[in-house]
Design a protein around this ligand. Sequence first.
Ligand code: CP
Length: 329
Amino acid sequence: MKHLLSAADLSHKQAVRILDTAGQMAATQAREIKKLPTLRGRTVVNLFFEDSTRTRISFETAAKRLSADVINFSAKGSSVSKGESLKDTALTLQAMGADAVVIRHHASGAPHTLAHSGWTHGAVVNAGDGMHQHPTQALLDAYTLRRHLTGAGDPSGRDLAGLRVAIVGDVLHSRVARSNVQLLHTLGADVTLVAPPTLVPVGVEAWPAEVSYDLDAAIDTKPDAIMMLRVQRERMSSAGGGFFPSPLEYTRNYGLDARRLAAMPEHAIVLHPGPMNRGLEISAEAADSPRAVIVEQVANGVAVRMAVLYLLLSGSGATTETNETKVDA
Ligand code: CP
């Protein structure tokens, strides 16, 4: 694997390898000294053309924990505001010697263009492109599901076969949903998308997922996990953009609240990629309940991104000895 551009590019074996490696990385992060020498001398560029809190910080943390040099580039405050193109920005960063470029861009396909353009010689990692893909989010979600639902604390070697996951909300605008549907299918889970008809993408019947327009009915089918999606108001022309009559009605029909939480199976967990619209797609009771693993998803993101950077940069077949842990790439 030279780049990570889409969850669809991952075979079952590659996905499980990343999740297993993330488990090893997580074990190193429980130590007092969290830093590994693995990527010493390598340079990771974080190239963010779109806002981010979790993804940007966790890629930076992951690269630093692996001892890579990190260059953070944010389009805001850069020469992009003077009209500089993606090509010239990439060539400038390549001149600094990037071994990996982590890119978030508002345009679907920008990471693919970067990976195949020759503008950078490094590995390209998609940190979210338009409404298209967010593969490391899907990987950290799968890692979180695996930890909670596939066996007590020892997820090694397991996939998500037979798990039932409901993905609820603004599917239309969600790269998280697209990546999750593909990766969860690869890992053997059964996915149901739950959304108002206006927020279901055209062509969804070709996706490996069921579609429901009724959240209460979907909860009655006893899913193992519910993944709430953010209503992406910035991708709608006004507050609801005509996609739903009013925020109140959206919450009533598709919001996860205390009543719906109580109707879920006892073992079921609640995920949300963040940032959350509290009071719209998820109530404070649901977001802060013990069944919500939303903060843990963020922590797991560091281990998963360490695994991705490690596997991309250390080369297939390489073995790296750390002070206390052997990690196979
Ligand atoms: N989940 C996610 O991508 O969050 P950020 O936009 O804060 O990175």
